[in-house]
Structures are given as C-alpha cells and as structure tokens.
Design a protein around this ligand. Sequence first.
Ligand SMILES: NC(=O)c1ccc[n+]([C@@H]2O[C@H](COP(=O)([O-])OP(=O)(O)OC[C@H]3O[C@@H](n4cnc5c(N)ncnc54)[C@H](OP(=O)(O)O)[C@@H]3O)[C@@H](O)[C@H]2O)c1
Length: 123
Amino acid sequence: MAKSKVLVVGGTGYIGKRIVKASLAQGHITYVLQRREMGLDIDKIQMLLSFKKQGARLIQGSFSDHQSLVDAVKQVDVVICTMSGVHFRSHNILLQLKLVDAIKEAGNIKLLHILYIRWGLVH
Ligand SMILES: NC(=O)c1ccc[n+]([C@@H]2O[C@H](COP(=O)([O-])OP(=O)(O)OC[C@H]3O[C@@H](n4cnc5c(N)ncnc54)[C@H](OP(=O)(O)O)[C@@H]3O)[C@@H](O)[C@H]2O)c1
C-alpha cells in the first residue's frame, strides 16, 4: 500500500488518538496538529510527546490563524479531522470550514476525511 503523509486534526481526542496510532502503525508519515489553544494542558502535552516518541511529527497551528493551517496542510496529502462537536447544533462544524478554506488555498490535499456523528436526528 502506498504511504501517505497524514495530518490528524483533533489528535488528542478519543477518536483522534486512535487514528494517530493506526496511521503510525500502517507506516504513514503522521503529523498531529498541536493547537496553540492547548496551552499548558498537561494531559494533551503528554499525549503529544508520546505520539512524538512513536514517530509522529507535531505541527503548530491554530484555527484562529489561517496561515498556520495553510502551512500545516501544505506538508501533507491527507487530512483527517476528528474534532469534537461536529453535529448540527455545534459551532465546531463552522470552525471546520476554516480547515476547508486552508485546504482550498493550499491546493495539494488529495483526501479530507471529517469524522462526525448525527446525534438524535429523527428521519
Ligand atoms: N467518541 C465516539 O465514540 C465517537 C463515535 C462516532 C463518531 N464520533 C465523532 O468523532 C468526532 C470526534 O469525537 P471524539 O469523541 O474523539 O471527540 P473529543 O475527544 O471530545 O474531542 C476531539 C478533539 O476535538 C478537538 N476540539 C475540541 N474543541 C475544539 C475547538 N474549539 N477547536 C479546535 N479543536 C477542538 C480537540 O483536539 P486537540 O487534540 O486539537 O485538542 C479534541 O481532542 C466527533 O465528530 C464525534 O461525533 C465519535
């Protein structure tokens, strides 16, 4: 299988950490977005350091800094977004449009995968 350069956004989350591990296990060059807003969250920092030990590369970035997102996605060819709150009532769904904008500007991404679940919708 061809190896990709994969950026995981939301990598310290419940799903994200599993995606990071799976990507590394499959031999992909795996990047994890280290958001400025994580600040001194010790659990997140420890997890990021553990990813780094396992071979992941950390990229600094912020949803409040468009250029940082463009620079991050320019380094990869696949983006997997595992941000929380991706349902219709959450502001995070709009936040992710910033990632889409950065991907459009960067122009190099072959695949964007956004994880989501539609809670409580009655069809
Ligand atoms: N958990 C499940 O069993 C499950 C099942 C099916 C689908 N899903 C879907 O998978 C996605 C991820 O779920 P999860 O349970 O893994 O979520 P989670 O652990 O609650 O959070 C995932 C990540 O979202 C990022 N995040 C949260 N608020 C943010 C904000 N304001 N700005 C930027 N990033 C923010 C954080 O990433 P950082 O690492 O950057 O801090 C956080 O680690 C959701 O769409 C969920 O609906 C989850």
